[in-house]
Structures are given as C-alpha cells and as structure tokens.
Design a protein. Structure first.
Length: 558
C-alpha cells in the first residue's frame, strides 16, 4: 500500500473529480453525490470566510447527525480552520466549558428531531446574555470571549444568525479566494479539535492533524475493511465521535458510499441497510447493534449484502453476534480518539478464533508496546501491561493542557493509554480493561471485563457493566449493573447464584443493580463507568453500608 497524504478538503475534491455522480453521503432523508458534496462544502467555506473565519479559527458544530454537520466539518477544514465537533450529550455545564475552553469563534447549531434536544435553547441557558445581544453578528459573551457568532440553521432566534445570514455572508467571497486558502493548508496542520470523555469525568480536547485523519481513514478502509468504490458503508456512530468522522474519510479515500444512520432508530436503520445494500457495518458498540438485531423486523429484512461487521465487545458477546448473521465476518478493534479511531483491527479473512478472541494487529505505520505499568519494562507475549502506542495517526496533545500532555507521553514518544492488554505470539492484541477497571478484592486482581464476559452468557442478560464498590473488609468488591433482554427475568440473588461455583468467589458481584434500556449514563457511545462507580458508592454511603453481605461458600471454586 502506498502512503497517501492530503488534506480533508482535497480528499473530497479528488473523489469528486474521479466520480462526480457517485453517491458520497447518504442520510435517511437525503443524499449527495461526490460532485454535489464538493460544491456544497465550497459554498459553506465561502460563507465561513464571509463571517471572518480564517486559518486556525475554531468552528464549533453542535447539532444532530445530518448533512449540514458534514458540510460544516469539511467546509471549515477547507479554509484551514479547525472544526470542533461538540458532544451532543453534553448539558449546559459541559457545553459552557467546552465552547469556552476550545476558543470557539463561530458555532453552528440547530434543534434535534421532535422529542430530542433543542440545542439552541440549551445554548440560551448556557449564555443567558444571548437574548440581550444587540448585534448577533458580533457577540460579546463574558463566558465565551472568543465566540463571535452562533448560527441556528433552522430557526430565527434572538442573538443567533439564521441560515440566510450564513449563506448571504458568502456572497462577498469569490471562489478563487477560498481555493487559495485551501491550497495553503498543510497536511500536518490541525484538522480537528475533538473532546473526549468516554470513561473519565473530564472532557479533554484532542488535537488531530489532516494527515492523522485522512491517512488513517484510508489505511483502515483499505487494509482492514477491504473497501472499494462498490461498497456501501453504514455508520450509526455520532458525527461528534471519532468513529463518525474517520470512517467517512475512509470512504472518500476509495470512493465508497458513506451511509449514516442519522438520528438512530433501529427500524430506520434496518430500512437503510436493506435499501442501500450496505456491505460493511460499523455499529462498534453493543448498545447500538443489539437494538438492531433484537428489532421485530430484523428477521424479515434482507441483509444478504452485508459481508463484514465491526463490533467492540467481549469474546462471548462477539460469538453471539456472529451467530446471528453467520454469513458476515465479525471483526473487532481497539481504538481511541487519541489514535484517530482504530489502532488495531482484525481482518475478515482472519481465523474465527482470532476475530472473536482478539482485537487484531496494529495498523500499518503504527507501533504498539505493552509495558509493565509499574516498572515501565516491556512485557513478554502473554503478559498483561499498559498499552502504549505512537505513529502518524497519534494526536498532537491535549489542547491547552501541557501538563496532562507531558504526563501522557514517554521519552520515546509513546502515548500511555491507561488501558491494559497483552500481545500474543503473533502480535494480536487482547484487551484486558482500563487500569481503573482492575479491581483489587482482598488482594486479588479482578478484571471487570472478564466478569462482564461471563455475565452476558446468561440468557436473560443483554448488557453487563462491572465496577468497584468500596468495602471495609476487602477494600473493594465487584458491583454489576445489568440491562436485561426484553423477555429476560432474573433478580439480584439469581445473578449471584449464577456466578457462584462457576467463577472464583472473589470475582462474584456482591451488588447487582438493573438498568433499563436507554438509561445508561453515556458519553455518546461509551457507558460512563465513573458514573456507575459513584452511583453505587453514593447508595452505600446513604444506606450506611460499609461491608458487602457474605456469600455462601461455593462447592467448587473454579
């Protein structure tokens, strides 16, 4: 494979030149060809330039998954500006922090579909002074001093510019001016500032270059998904997530069709998968894919075109998922915003035990080390340590946080992920869990991931998450949060009995709590375990419980 380096804007324009009439992006309610998408992103780039956006300025995007999100992202990148996709699950406090911390200069927004979030209304809560602003063309907000304009692309509100204002701003900017700005963008310039808070309480701004996003998208598309222009790639991950942006750029690199689920609904998803004859599916997280597989219309939907599905789950769950669609190869991955999405990934032609039991080899051009978390020494194959990596797709550091950036990199330039894993003799990665997900129960190490893998083998359990609960006797003990299947039935003691005699006693959850579908604390795609830890800790404090109930002694401890 040749190394291909270009910018986000030129990647799209090149695809448009090659196949102008081929579908580039498809949403449930609209689609654009490569030619149309190239022209539309040029138009919004002119509008941004007309509003004064220049190289290095931050353009925030807070809106549902829709075409305008894609246009704003690429349009900003064409100018050398830096798009800031904002997590749509953030509430007022988090939004205020991110918009201010990111130095957002221009913010595009709109309300979500009926029954979902009204982002402009939330912004009015974040910035009460918006309704008092006499000039929406030049905002002056003490809480966000760099913010100059907010555009609501769907409505006319006090303090906001409207879609017509945005489009009109581009009338004074010639195409040649935007073309000149685009030609000056370097592939090592920052192409995106993305905030991540999947498993920690603190949103961190990751700086990612054009090379990292574009080159990695193409690398994954070609070397792992084996994508061609004939493929239709389905992605339900939010566009504010790294898994929404990089796969789209991977499709552009080969001229494939990128089909986005829009506002996720499993019934709409099934219709799109059938109508677009989708071949490669990227649900990634089981909370998303199980909703599709368990939908009543799944069995009657023609999914025969699907050849590959990428999901991230414990091996027990991956085996279950492959059994539901045995004609499609199930592949799994380790990824992070800091690595521009997939760092390792299995291939569809890997043996079954590799695809189900590992997360595959590192992508070409990236390096992985597994180091002892205490000594920093390299681990031998099969030994568990901290996963560290470096290479072209690695982020440039955390925005305005030099201390955290310095702490996260070692002298050799390897990023320390705080994730635990091991490499087998063939270099396949096996994920063990977060450093914070390793429980110390009476001196014994317990992997939350291992216990979760066992719990999902129960026929009533749909999703399992295990966290540490404080305990006066053992230091900490496992607590399980479970979502049951629609027809599943089991109580707390039933879960404990299912574990006793089958896994080591110190791994058995001492507390079991049940979560309804859709009520998990989410960062966007990941369940926020720190919220679950605090939830069980708070409950025990309020009930003045300091020590977990004793378990009966197992007949056989294995």
């Amino acid at each position: 494979m040749w190394i291909e380096g270009t910018t986000v804007g030129h990647l799209l324009d090149r695809a448009a030149e090659r196949s102008p009439d081929h579908d580039a992006v498809v949403f449930p309610d609209t689609r654009r060809t490569y030619g149309e998408l190239s022209e539309a992103t040029d138009a919004i780039a002119r509008s941004f330039a007309g509003l004064g956006i220049r190289r290095g300025d931050k353009v925030g995007i807070l809106m549902p998954n829709r075409l305008e999100f894609v246009l704003a992202f690429i349009g900003a990148a064409k100018l050398g500006a830096i798009p800031v996709p904002i997590n749509a699950r953030f509430k007022a406090y988090e939004l205020g922090h991110v918009i201010s911390h990111a130095d957002v200069r221009l913010l595009l927004t709109c309300a979500g579909p009926a029954g979902t979030a009204d982002y402009p209304a939330i912004l009015q809560e974040v910035f009460p002074a918006l309704t008092e602003q006499a000039d929406p063309w030049r905002l002056e907000l003490a809480a966000a001093p760099e913010l100059r304009q907010i555009v609501d692309i769907d409505a006319d509100r006090p303090g906001f510019l409207a879609r017509g204002d945005l489009e009109g701003a581009g009338a004074q900017i010639g195409f040649g001016e935007v073309e000149a700005m685009q030609s000056r963008v370097r592939i090592r310039d920052i192409a995106m500032l993305m905030y991540t808070s999947g498993t920690s309480a603190r949103p961190k701004g990751c700086l990612l270059t054009h090379e990292a996003l574009v080159r990695h998208g193409g690398n994954v598309a070609r070397s792992r998904f084996l994508l061609t222009a004939e493929d239709s790639f389905w992605d339900p991950l939010p566009l504010f997530h790294i898994g929404g942006i990089v796969p789209m750029l991977g499709c552009f690199s080969v001229g494939a069709r990128y089909c986005h689920a829009g506002h996720f609904d499993p019934r709409v998803a099934l219709r799109m998968l059938e109508a677009e004859r989708c071949t490669v599916l990227y649900p990634a997280f089981e909370t998303i894919w199980l909703a599709v597989l368990d939908h009543p219309e799944f069995e009657s939907t023609d999914l025969s075109a699907v050849r590959l599905i990428q999901s991230i789950a414990v091996p027990e769950r991956l085996a279950q998922l492959e059994a539901r669609m045995p004609w499609a190869a199930q592949v799994s991955s380790y990824g992070a915003t800091e690595s521009s999405s997939n760092l390792t990934l299995t291939r569809p032609d890997d043996p079954y035990e590799v695809r189900i039991g590992t997360l595959g080899r590192v992508l070409p051009g990236m390096e992985v080390r597994v180091l002892d978390a205490e000594t920093g020494d390299a681990c031998r194959p099969g030994e568990i340590g901290e996963l560290c990596y470096r290479g072209y797709s690695l982020f440039e550091g955390y925005y305005k946080d030099p201390e955290l950036t310095s702490e996260s990199f070692d002298a050799d330039g390897f990023f320390h992920s705080q994730d635990l894993g091991k490499l087998d003799e063939d270099g396949q990665l096996v994920y063990v869990g977060r450093l914070k997900d390793m429980l110390k129960v009476g001196g014994e190490n317990v992997s939350a991931l291992e216990v979760e893998g066992y719990l999902v083998t129960h026929p009533a359990v749909n999703i399992a998450q295990v966290v540490a609960a404080p305990d006066a006797r053992y230091g900490e003990v496992p607590a399980a949060f479970l979502e049951l299947k629609q027809d599943g039935s089991i109580d707390e003691q039933g879960v404990i009995d299912f574990c006793l005699d089958r896994i080591a006693t110190y791994k058995v959850p001492r507390y079991v709590r049940f979560v309804r579908q859709g009520e998990w604390p989410m960062s966007g795609t990941k369940i926020q375990k720190f919220v679950l830890r605090e939830r069980i800790s708070s409950e025990l404090r309020e009930r003045e419980i300091t020590e977990a109930p004793r378990l009966r002694e197992p007949a056989v401890d294995r």
